[in-house]
Write a protein that binds this ligand. Sequence first.
Ligand SMILES: C[S@@+](CC[C@H](N)C(=O)[O-])C[C@H]1O[C@@H](n2cnc3c(N)ncnc32)[C@H](O)[C@@H]1O
Length: 89
Amino acid sequence: MVTTGRRLRDDGWPAGVNTVVVMLDGAAAFQSLEPAGLNISWGAYLGMPNQILMSGALAEIGPRIATARSEAREKHGWIMDSYILKRTS
Ligand SMILES: C[S@@+](CC[C@H](N)C(=O)[O-])C[C@H]1O[C@@H](n2cnc3c(N)ncnc32)[C@H](O)[C@@H]1O
């Protein structure tokens, strides 16, 4: 399912779905989820010189992605990011 940060935050993990792609998320909505059993692949400035890619178990890397996101936004003055969440168990 392709969705928005607001939907993910407001509605939680969509029923019957193992993979969620999130766009239009200005506030790292992945932090609102129970991280157990979820993997995240996050990318900012995709296809651009400043591209940043981070992936791993949401429980471990989620906080680091949130930090990297706010630092990059501070550094460049803007950010565009998207991510894929996969339920592994
Ligand atoms: C208005 S939507 C456009 C979506 C996409 N272009 C489409 O046609 O479906 C903007 C969102 O696209 C994603 N996006 C656009 N450019 C991006 C980039 N270079 N790197 C990562 N995500 C990007 C971000 O999630 C952003 O919030």
